[in-house]
Ligand binder design. Structure first.
Ligand code: SF4
Length: 336
């Protein structure tokens, strides 16, 4: 399979695969590239949103998950202890962003506190809340990676979806990671109204970042009470096609599932060349309803560690796929 496609060739493949009879070949080739470049094996991670409050005004047009308060550090440390005892090796610190004052000092302090108590590797997903020097400091501290989610790389689509946010700052953070030799991740939110050409352009834009080890793909979900509540839900076919094209254009980057997808999206994602990380354990601020194969650990009043690994493993077992807690060495899959 040619992974040195021009943008026009990639766009033609994408549009041809809209006819499901042509998609079999695309998915087959994308899966072969994943198997060859990264392998079939999957790995678990853990995380929690809402660790830092979001200062973006107005809120993004699709967001229902931002908070106004810091996550209590004592609860976080206890939760991480439980997560580490479950055998997980990585935790994602996710939350809102602060474009004005930044979260530089607060994050560095949090990383020090966590590292004094926990051996979990940390991934930071707080939007463009940091200066370049902070990225260098996080690298020195051994932080695993930093996420800068562009969601859409089209300025028009971005400004409608994220009117209080800055696409330039998000792009700049990817460059800071590049300059600091820090592994990075990004996210693409499919279904905001972007065209197929803009999707392909977005993937080619990301190709310039040698430190990008993972692209996560979200599937747009409209929520009541948000500015985008009347937009249609994104079809899983769209995310599958974008996953396959991402695999062709970014062959040695992990292409993972992000918010808006659910467990039922896993088989199509994998068939379309997706891999290799799945979220297995998270922190919830509300007790989940009892569910088969989901283990819930109460950490303190209204805070729970939720382990869904058995639920996902059942789906994977039906596909004869294996998953483990063992993290891959990102350096071996990065381009430079
Ligand atoms: S940056 Fe936007 S999507 Fe992220 S938490 Fe803030 S309002 Fe929500």
């Amino acid at each position: 399979m040619n992974t040195n496609l021009t943008k026009e060739q990639a766009l033609a493949i994408f549009e041809k695969a809209r006819d499901s009879r042509n998609a079999y070949e695309l998915f087959h080739q994308a899966s072969e590239i994943r198997d060859k470049e990264i392998g079939r094996r999957l790995w678990w991670t853990s995380g929690s949103g809402g660790i830092f409050p979001c200062m973006i005004t107005p809120r993004c047009s699709y967001c229902t998950f931002c908070t106004d308060k810091m996550f209590p550090i004592d609860v976080l440390l206890k939760s991480l202890e439980r997560i580490e005892n479950l055998g997980i090796q990585q935790f994602h610190i996710s939350g809102g962003t602060d474009l004005n004052s930044g979260y530089d000092d607060a994050l560095l302090e949090m990383v020090h506190l966590i590292q004094a108590r926990s051996g979990l590797k940390l991934e930071i997903n707080l939007g463009p809340s940091f200066k370049k020097e902070t990225v260098l400091e996080l690298k020195k501290l051994g932080v695993d990676s930093i996420t800068s989610s562009l969601e859409s790389n089209s300025p028009e689509v971005f400004s409608l979806a994220k009117p209080g946010d800055s696409l330039d700052r998000r792009r700049e953070l990817l460059q800071f990671c590049e300059d600091a030799d820090m592994p990075s991740r990004s996210m693409m939110l499919v279904g905001l109204g972007e065209t197929d050409r803009e999707r392909i352009e977005h993937l080619y834009f990301l190709k310039q970042y040698n430190k990008l080890y993972q692209l996560r793909i979200s599937r747009f979900m409209p929520f009541q009470g948000t500015a985008f509540q009347n937009k249609p839900r994104c079809s899983p076919w769209e995310t599958a096609l974008v996953t396959a094209m991402a695999r062709l254009i970014l062959p040695n980057t992990e292409i993972s599932l992000a918010a808006g997808n659910n467990l039922d999206d896993i088989p199509l994602w994998y068939l379309a060349g997706g891999g290799n990380q799945l979220m297995g354990v998270s922190i919830a601020k509300k007790k989940p309803l009892p569910t088969v194969d989901v283990d819930v650990y109460e950490i303190s009043e209204n805070y729970y560690v939720v382990d869904k690994r058995k639920q996902v493993e059942r789906i994977l077992a039906g596909m004869q796929l294996e998953i483990s807690n063992q993290m891959p060495d990102h350096k071996t899959i990065l381009k430079g």
